[in-house]
Design a protein around this ligand. Sequence first.
Ligand SMILES: [Zn+2]
Length: 72
Amino acid sequence: MPKQPFACGECNRILPDPEKKNDPPQCMHCPGAPVTTDWQGFVVILDPHRSEVAKRLNVSDPGNYALKVNIR
Ligand SMILES: [Zn+2]
C-alpha cells in the first residue's frame, strides 16, 4: 500500500515527500502550518479561476489539493 502523502492544514495543498523520510514536510506557502496525513479527497486543480472546487477551497494556484484536511 502506498504511503499517504501529507497535506497542509492551512491551504489544503498536497505536500511532496520530505527529503528526510522521517520528518514531516513543511508547506512552503504556509510556514508553521500544521501538516497531516489525515485528509480525504485528492483533487488536481489546473485552472483555479474556472474551478468550483478551487473557489470552495479558496486556492489561487494550480496544484494538487485535499478536499478535506482533518486538523485537531
Ligand atoms: Zn499550505
